[in-house]
Ligand binder design. Structure first.
Ligand code: PLP
Length: 360
């Protein structure tokens, strides 16, 4: 067996608890057997409670980008407005075009949030019937103000909202029905702290009606196929049963911790890492009020040789992220999501401080 011996402080995949790894080793079941449907139903109940939704909650055996592409194929009729403020949202625009859809990118600088004003300006043109937006841009550590944006979306009832919460769902409160989100998407290897390969998404009645009117949805990600199977607590094709078993256990762990406690733990961890970064002579890449609760993207104003720091931390058994895409080396990211505890971050930041003492 391969040996992976670094403790992960990168923003995904993140550390997976031993109980979760053990749940992955549950003996196999057939996905058309009643035992599977019982588990699937239980997982749906937990996810609905977590997301404050009565909409359909569906399980996709893919990474997040699978269903991010699927949502484009199902929900974009006329033209899509892609809101872009980092690597993942930029990519989503590219994916929209690759699906053969008409689309425009509305860009904010990397490090800036998507604002309600920008969304309003785009939708006021009347050109769009769908939008994509990333709540927490993992590449830049920016969390956009979802409640304000959703307030604007209410004025455009014909627009289907597709929102990526890959690195925020469960770490902060995101009440889907109150916000009026039509399709919320997340993969499980970040804020959920499961191994990668499963994505969760929701579909409102409006989203399903749109899908019914859109041709060429394909099969694997056809929302209507998902809906038909959902009525039987099932999926169109064979799902990643082991990961769903792990999700079943993880949801129980979330509720045992308590959602309020979980949100508070993330807020404390975020505050701790931001303070450490500032005290250590780094800046925060986003403006502080838009800083993510699940990862800190620090700007390297101290001019540290981040590649050397990464190597040194690797030798000590820690996986460190020295920035993503065009801001690699200019920024670094520390994840504080999933099952991570304040003590893990105290340990990690102390080791970084020690390394900085050596490399300067
Ligand atoms: C990681 C990430 C993705 C991509 O997820 P995959 O599981 O690699 O497909 C999409 N959006 C955000 C915000 C992410 O952090």
């Amino acid at each position: 067996m391969p040996q992976f011996d670094k403790k992960l402080f990168i923003p995904g995949p993140v550390e997976v608890a031993p109980e979760i790894l053990a749940a992955m080793a549950t003996p196999m079941v057939g996905h058309r057997m009643k035992e599977y449907a019982e588990m699937h139903a239980r997982v749906k109940v937990g996810l609905k409670k977590l997301m404050f939704t009565e909409q359909r909650v569906l399980l996709s055996t893919s990474s997040a980008f699978g269903i991010m592409e699927g949502a484009i194929r199902n929900l974009v009729g006329k033209r899509c407005a892609n809101f872009c403020n980092g690597a993942f949202s930029d990519k989503w625009h590219d994916v929209t075009l690759r699906c053969g859809k008409e689309a425009d990118a509305f860009k904010a600088e990397w490090g800036q949030p998507i604002t309600a004003e920008l969304v309003d300006k785009a939708l006021a043109t009347g050109k769009y019937d769908a939008i994509t937006l990333i709540h927490n841009e993992t590449s830049t550590g920016v969390m956009s103000p979802l409640p304000e944006i959703c307030e604007v979306l209410r004025r455009y009832p014909d627009v289907v909202s597709i929102i990526d919460t890959v690195s925020s769902m469960s770490a902060v409160k995101i009440p889907l029905d109150e916000l009026g989100i039509d399709c919320c998407i997340f993969g499980v290897q970040k804020a959920f702290a499961l191994p990668p390969g499963l994505a969760v998404f929701t579909a409102s009645e409006k989203a399903l009606a749109r899908a019914a009117a859109v041709p060429n949805r394909g099969y694997y990600f056809d929302f209507l196929e998902f809906a038909v199977n959902d009525d039987k607590d099932n999926t169109p094709s064979t799902p990643c049963i082991s990961q769903i078993a792990a999700l079943d256990v993880q949801l129980q762990r979330f509720f045992a911790e308590g959602l309020e406690n979980r949100w508070a733990r993330h807020a404390h961890m975020a505050e701790f890492v931001r303070s450490w970064a500032k005290e250590s002579g780094y800046g925060l890449f986003p403006e502080e009020r838009f800083c993510s609760q699940t990862l800190t993207c620090a700007s390297n104003v101290r001019g540290t040789d981040l590649a050397a720091l990464k190597k040194m931390l690797g030798d000590r058994g820690y996986a460190f992220d020295d920035g993503y895409g065009k801001i690699k080396g200019k920024t670094f990211r520390i994840a504080h999501m999933g099952d991570m505890q304040l003590k893990d971050l105290k340990e990690f930041t102390a080791v970084i401080t020690e390394c900085l003492g050596i490399i300067g």
